[in-house]
Design a protein around this ligand. Structure first.
Ligand code: FEO
Length: 170
């Protein structure tokens, strides 16, 4: 059975994962109408879908442990971006924020002596390490590319392979 404090923390995390999914969905839709970045678009759609899976995993966990997962309202995310680089900077900032939030959940689980939740959350801790690393790699590459169009062509060509390599290196 979840304590009230743990349930509240996990419900907040459900909200954050849902919001993450929306934020990346907005990036995907924006990217889709920019010329020539089909794989960047696919990356954002995939990332949005992954965040939805993170949310669902939490919902099932809360409900299976005798709690009640509440489905949150969501604000409209940022819809347009000055550049692809800006979108990826936002993505990194957002992932850092998510990691901090996961850490808070871990702290609360420990303070409540809820070792099952603590154990469950380790998957998210590992996932955040990967997602932050991936976001940093993308930002570093975009920094190098600057305004170089051929660099952007290669970035779009390689982005899905890069993200797959980071996932597989876990
Ligand atoms: Fe589920 Fe990228 O945070």
């Amino acid at each position: 059975m979840l304590s009230k404090k743990v349930q509240a923390a996990l419900n907040e995390q459900i909200r954050i994962e849902a919001e993450s999914s929306q934020v990346y969905l907005a990036m995907a839709s924006w990217a889709e109408i920019q010329p020539g970045i089909d794989n960047v678009t696919a990356f954002f759609y995939k990332h949005s879908e992954e965040e939805r899976q993170h949310m669902l995993k939490l919902i099932h966990f809360v409900n299976e442990r005798g709690g009640f997962a509440t489905i949150p309202p969501l604000p409209q995310p940022q819809l347009t971006f000055p550049s692809i680089k800006h979108a990826f900077e936002e993505l990194l900032k957002h992932e850092v924020f998510v990691s901090e939030s996961i850490n808070k959940c871990v702290d609360i689980a420990l303070s409540e002596k809820d070792y099952a939740t603590h154990n469950f959350l380790q998957w998210y801790v590992a996932e955040q390490i990967e997602e932050e690393a991936l976001a940093r790699i993308m930002n570093d590459k975009l920094e190098l590319i600057g305004d170089d169009k051929s660099g952007m062509y290669l970035f779009d060509r390689d982005i899905l392979t890069i993200s797959l390599n980071v996932e597989n290196s876990k």
